[in-house]
Design a protein around this ligand. Structure first.
Ligand SMILES: *Cc1c(COP(=O)(O)O)cnc(C)c1O
Length: 366
């Protein structure tokens, strides 16, 4: 026997040891959850009907995603070979990075952006190259173009972006894809329904483009975990090798067609959110806070050095909001998910009260 010490168990890869832990806040079920950008009401009643019909027999079988992939493909007007269903967009990001990011490669990432790009990239041997947005949090287009190198392998673009809600134009996406033909351009359209513009129709003319969609946001199915990747049949073929064949479960697969077909419900929810966003933006303005222009179901506001106090006060008044101060360039910022008008009128009342109390406290101190 060699020199085996009791404390030294199997050690993970160096890259894994260097990874940061990611702890999303634990949800309080009774509060108004405006901290995850979820649908704040429920999914379509048609989906609930499907859920109530699922039998024990349905659960004994391994899931088959092909038929549902074909339906999603038809919905997106691409071929089934161009579509891959995933366990949420999070798995899509993981699979895409595992497929393409090798040692010596670079992930080019405009920041601030969605946290999980960095989390999954840090588990690969690639280098992460970030491009910081300015104070306006507008997409740093020129700086991103300058950041493209022969080693750039993936460029991850959330459109609309989180936490800012800013967008990238179609022309900018085309230019980036042309300047980096050796890289996969991931356009993450998690918030597509609130924005209305897509790059999916570019897939046939831009072979290095991959678009992601999710059922977690507008559709109200975050708990089911379903995401979609769409790209050229060639790229999808590689990713199909990497992904688990059963990562999308049969309950989720059963619900997708009903979710896709109930466009009335989706349009109603999106319309409600857009109307509520307009009202809530006015409430932020009236409170004298700076905010960023958003094309998604959330708004980023500047609270300043008292951001922690603000979030705590909002939470204890029953409105959960998300502190984004740790995001690069977002010190003092808080993100608020937009729900229905009724919910957001309540949230606006609480916001007004909390800001009032904080200002009063300051005056008394002074
Ligand atoms: C919420 C979000 C996702 C996560 O989607 P899932 O399908 O729930 O994994 C992906 N990308 C962005 C930009 C998001 O905000």
């Amino acid at each position: 026997m060699g020199d085996v010490t009791a404390t030294a168990g199997p050690q993970p890869r160096a890259r894994v040891q260097a990874m940061k832990e990611y702890h999303p806040p634990l949800g309080c079920r009774d509060a108004l959850r405006l901290d995850f950008n979820e649908n704040t009401i429920a999914c379509s009643p048609a989906v609930r009907e499907v859920l109530s019909q699922i039998s024990a027999g349905d659960l004994t079988r391994y899931p088959e995603r092909e038929t549902v992939e074909a339906q999603v493909a038809q919905h997106l007007r691409v071929t089934p070979e161009q579509v891959l269903l995933t366990n949420g967009v999070d798995e899509a990001i993981h699979v895409l990075f595992q497929t393409f990011l090798d040692s010596g490669d670079e992930l080019l990432l405009p920041v601030p952006t969605y946290t999980m790009y960095e989390v999954y990239a840090s588990a690969t041997d690639a280098r992460i190259v970030t491009v910081q947005a300015g104070d306006d949090l507008v997409f740093p287009f020129k700086a991103l173009l300058d950041g493209i190198s022969p080693r750039t392998k993936v460029i991850a673009l959330a459109n609309p972006n989180s936490p800012s809600g800013s967008v990238i134009t179609r022309e900018q996406i085309i230019t980036i894809a042309q300047r980096a033909p050796h890289a996969v351009i991931l356009v993450d359209e998690a918030y597509f329904h609130f924005y209305g513009e897509t790059a999916i129709d570019l897939l046939n003319s831009i072979p290095n483009l991959v678009v992601a969609r999710t059922f977690s946001k507008a559709y109200g199915l975050a708990g089911l975990r379903v995401g979609v990747l769409a790209g050229s049949a060639e790229q999808m073929k590689w990713m199909r090798r990497v992904i688990s064949p059963y990562s999308v479960n049969s309950v989720a697969l059963a619900c997708i067609p009903a979710a896709l077909n109930d466009t009335d419900y989706l349009n109603w929810y999106v319309g409600e959110v857009l109307a509520a966003r307009k009202e809530f933006e006015s409430a932020i303005d009236a409170a004298g806070l700076r905010r960023w222009s958003s094309q998604a179901n959330f708004v980023l506001a500047y609270i300043g050095s008292e951001h922690r106090d603000f979030v705590r006060r909002m939470n204890s008044a029953g409105v959960l909001v998300r502190d984004r101060s740790n995001d690069p360039g977002c010190d003092g910022c808080v993100r608020v998910t937009i729900g229905t008008r009724e919910q957001m009128r309540l949230a606006a009342e609480v916001l007004k009260e909390v800001i009032g109390l904080m200002r009063n406290g300051k005056e008394k101190e002074a």
